[in-house]
Design a protein around this ligand. Sequence first.
Ligand SMILES: Cc1cc2nc3c(=O)[nH]c(=O)nc-3n(C[C@H](O)[C@H](O)[C@H](O)COP(=O)(O)O)c2cc1C
Length: 310
Amino acid sequence: MLAPLAGFTDLAFRTVCAQLGAEYSVTEMISAKAVMMNNRKTLGLAKTAALPTAIQLFGAEEDAIAYASEFFSQGGLSTGEVVAIDLNMGCPMHKIVSNGEGSALLKDLKKAEKVIGAAVKASKLPVTVKIRAGWDKNSINAEEAARVAEAAGAVAITLHARTKEQLYSGYADHSITERVVKAVNIPVIGNGDIKSAEDVKKLADMGCAAFMIGRGAVGDPWIFARIAAALEGREFTEPTVAERVSLALKHLNMAVEDKGEHVAVPEARKHLAAYVSGFPGAAAVRAEINSLTSAADIANLLERTASEAR
Ligand SMILES: Cc1cc2nc3c(=O)[nH]c(=O)nc-3n(C[C@H](O)[C@H](O)[C@H](O)COP(=O)(O)O)c2cc1C
């Protein structure tokens, strides 16, 4: 599965990952309150492609969560395959937790139970919950949070096995994943630092039902196909520079089609920078990408880079 990454997992990136073997994706987090206020930009984040996709909501107000869950579970504005509503109980950002949203719900499981219950009641689709290990190392409570989610009607849990305080640094502690798998009867989706088939095998041995990859897919959406090939004992041929450039441009073009050049080009820069990582002269190419505003100029630059690398 492709993990939700705010600012990254838009329609274009989710489509690219689906074409390279991701079997499920989650939108970036969407404010339930903004959905209730009919904010068009927010609604645009929920566009889906053919890949089975969960719409991820954040919020701590039951009425907003119920409204947004019902809205998206009935299709919302999307044309693709929405299969679940996912609730964010892991976001560590100050502006989110200061509203009692995201990982702040791990500190208030009574509230979390009500929020999940509201989504389950309102949604026509299954509800899943994404949590972290706990607030900090002295308050690891993922097992309890997962049990609360299960009791409130969630059908699966994703655990990012880091605390809120860790943000994205340090390592995910998958001994906590193992404990969460044992604590509940619903499937647990392992997440955090998955880069290889070995990482997946370790989580599978712990009983995880599925595996969610976030940062490892940025600039390298081949990670899904590479891991699947290794697990199935098949050869995997790494993409050439030309293939990487070609996919980067396809990705950019999809984003332009979706959002228009003006929005898509600045947003796509971080993806493009990741695609060229490891290329000869990558730092200079990245700097140049950041100075370009037209998709055609970026295409020229990348094609030139690819032909120089041959
Ligand atoms: C830039 C960025 C944005 C993220 N946005 C979200 C989000 O919107 N919702 C969410 O549940 N998790 C979000 N996450 C967390 C990831 O889904 C994932 O749990 C975390 O990155 C660990 O997985 P990884 O090591 O495979 O990246 C974000 C992470 C990053 C780095």
